[in-house]
Design a protein around this ligand. Structure first.
Ligand code: MN
Length: 137
């Protein structure tokens, strides 16, 4: 394992289909459920609901109801009580993002305006399925 923390975005078919966005922080996967999934458009703010930390081993988890939609490592750019700023090095998600708390159980996931931003479109629809083998739920 290298020295950089990892991230994973898993698409999860539960009661409703959603994405789980997970960042390695202090040896666990801090996790948010993102109902609509991440966007590459800086104008789009995606609701991210905090969910319990997961063990690092969960980063490799795929099952009948879970696919790994994207994965990679990341650079932490800033960490304060209600704000995480980071640069993702994934296959589908690249560049700067921020997670900002806006309420007790409500955060927003937003793409930063950089060379990896894409205005319009929907990356989760344009690039569906597991980033590993293309399997869809
Ligand atoms: Mn989930």
């Amino acid at each position: 394992m290298g020295g950089m923390p990892i991230f994973v975005v898993q698409q999860h078919q539960a009661t409703s289909l959603h994405f789980d966005f997970r960042l390695e922080v202090d040896g666990v996967l801090r996790s948010w459920a993102v109902p609509k999934g991440p966007s590459l458009d800086p104008a789009v703010k995606r609701l991210a609901v905090p969910v319990p930390d997961h063990a690092m081993s969960h980063a490799h988890h795929e099952s009948a109801n879970v696919i790994i939609w994207d994965e990679g490592d990341y650079d932490l750019a800033g960490l304060t009580d209600g704000n995480l700023s980071f640069t993702l090095h994934g296959t589908r998600l690249r560049g700067g993002f921020a997670l900002t708390r806006t309420g007790p159980k409500q955060w927003l996931l937003v793409k930063k305006a950089d060379e990896h931003a894409v205005r319009g479109g929907e990356v989760t629809a344009e690039q569906p399925g597991s980033v590993r083998d293309g399997r869809t739920l």
